[in-house]
Write a protein that binds this ligand. Sequence first.
Ligand code: SF4
Ligand SMILES: [Zn+2]
Length: 121
Amino acid sequence: MPAAEARLERERRTVDAMIRLYCRDHHAGGPALCEGCEALRCYADARLTRCVFKAEKPTCAACPVHCYRPDMREQVKVVMRYAGPRMILSNPALAIRHMIDARREVPEIPRRRRRSESEKT
Ligand code: SF4
Ligand SMILES: [Zn+2]
């Protein structure tokens, strides 16, 4: 898998793992997420697919664009705050990679994105 795809796929797995951890502990979620967490997972996945940074993507927490709708942004922040510190025990490989990604320099916002207004959907 090319590096760019691998990076986005890792992001996808990280968000998925965090939401699963949160759902398990708060909503008794199992292999299937509760309705709200599944909606959040699908939303995050769609944003990731449309991320203007593509393979240069910073972590969403460090992103200067933040393309999430305000309500979804709040939800994902709650999940991250809970699951972030716990990931080191439940999924150390992804947690460490995420920490490394979080330290990367945030790239400039691509021109295409600067010209257009927010696409928060
Ligand atoms: S918040 Fe930023 S990094 Fe995350 S998907 Fe949206 S544009 Fe990409
Ligand atoms: Zn849930």
